[in-house]
Design a protein. Structure first.
Length: 420
């Protein structure tokens, strides 16, 4: 029979980050919130930075995570992200993140992290320790009362190690995919931004004196023989829609994949997407006059926010928050993906709206972009397609590893599966 113990009995401290936000500066110490949390670490790309004086003040108030602290997403999507600080760095956190400081003589931090990720714990937290409807948040003052399965420390270590093997492989795949992404993006930039594509002799064009001419429409110099075109010429721009949510017959869990910007926001770090949280039925599909986007279309969120990109693995449809491109034969999805990424600032600049910005189909169609030589587009596809396929394979492998981990997690915790 499982033994349970209160969370507060195995933690030296249960607290959260700063309840005030210092003024941000350009360079300084990272000031992190729940929006900067990812599955197993922080993402610093869009975080705030604070001065040394503000940072030192927050350190004195115990708002700096320490080695082996377990950090939890406290506000909003509570417990969506839970991870262990594996390396202490100079950074501070806001109150949207909770800090659990485990007693290492009593509990393994990684075991505690995995335990908090089980569905049973999340359900218990939702019922007992969450307040607020618009912005649900964990009530930390009562959070220490939560019951923790408490096997011997040796068993905790074995469970943590077993699950960590899977997470380590997922992280390794992510690192490989990051490197592959840099390779593909560098190749695109080298050819279509810096114009050092291979000339007739295989030498970098611009660096070897390739002729550049001024293009009045694009307001810049471009290689001789290149021109301009509109985004519309890359393929068919297709929007989406939402069937009535009042009719439950419009949605299911195993029908026509229906993607929303929320699905893409949860897919950050991946290039491909198979399906979202919900599918639409044939009835819902017809009611909303939806269109099928064939596999290898480029999905782009067009509002709230603009700019999430993904490639669909299978035929799908989307809600109204998208302007997707069904690529034509001249412009493969590998090329179109980076064209949209490269021109995102221009796309955002042409958006309109008071409540939130949105790029309309009519405006998107008219945005001017470079028109390179067709041979280069084909050469880029030949090189990039190998990278894209590797990324697709690794992302699918990660999905399988995640499913295996999530299947094992509750059984290891409740003793149905034992680690010898």
């Amino acid at each position: 029979m499982n033994k349970f113990i209160k969370l507060k009995e195995v933690c030296l401290r249960i607290t959260d980050g700063a309840h005030y936000s210092p003024i941000g500066i350009k360079d300084g110490y990272p000031m992190l919130s729940v929006k900067d949390m990812r599955e197993d670490k922080f993402n610093y790309d869009e975080c705030k930075f604070i001065s040394v004086d503000d940072y030192n003040d927050l350190v004195r108030n115990d708002c700096k995570p320490l080695l082996n602290d377990v950090l939890i997403a406290k506000d909003g999507s509570y417990l969506k992200h839970v991870f262990v600080i594996k390396e202490e760095t100079e950074q501070a956190i806001l109150s949207s993140i909770g800090i659990l400081r485990p007693d290492l003589n009593l509990i393994n931090p990684t075991f505690l992290k995995y335990y908090l990720q089980t569905k049973s714990v999340k359900n218990t937290v939702a019922k007992k320790y969450v307040s607020g409807s618009a912005l649900p948040r964990i009530i930390l003052k009562n959070f220490g009362e939560i019951d923790i399965i408490y096997p011997k420390l040796l068993i905790q270590n074995k469970i943590a190690q077993t699950l960590s093997y899977l997470d380590d492989k997922i992280e390794l795949n992510n690192q490989i995919n990051d490197n592959l992404e840099r390779m593909a993006k560098t190749l695109y930039d080298y050819w279509f931004v810096q114009f050092d594509f291979p000339d007739e002799n295989g030498n970098p064009y611009k660096s070897n004196g390739g002729k550049m001419i001024w293009n009045e429409v694009l307001r810049r110099e471009i290689p001789e023989g290149w021109g301009f075109q509109t985004i519309e010429e890359l393929g068919t721009i297709t929007g989406g829609s939402t069937p009535s949510k009042a009719n439950k017959e419009n949605f299911s869990k195993n029908d026509i994949p229906w993607i929303t910007p929320k699905d893409l926001s949860q897919n950050i770090g991946n290039k491909f997407i198979a399906r979202g949280e919900f599918d639409v039925t044939e009835k819902g599909f017809k009611e909303a006059s939806l269109n099928i986007l064939p596999a290898n279309s480029v999905l782009m969120s067009s509002r709230a926010p603009i700019g999430y990109l993904a490639i669909n693995r299978f035929d799908c449809t989307t809600n109204q928050g998208f302007k997707s491109i069904v690529c034509n034969k001249e412009y493969p999805f590998e090329y179109v993906f980076y064209v949209l990424k490269q021109n995102m600032l221009s796309i955002e600049a042409n958006a309109s709206g008071s409540t939130f910005k949105e790029i309309s189909t009519s405006v998107l169609k008219t945005i001017k972009i470079l028109k390179p030589q067709k041979r280069l587009v084909n050469q880029f596809k030949n090189s990039a397609s190998v990278i894209f396929q590797q990324q697709n394979n690794l992302e699918q492998q990660n999905q399988q590893l995640t499913q295996l981990r999530d299947w094992l997690l509750p059984m290891l915790m409740n003793g149905q599966v034992k680690v010898e």
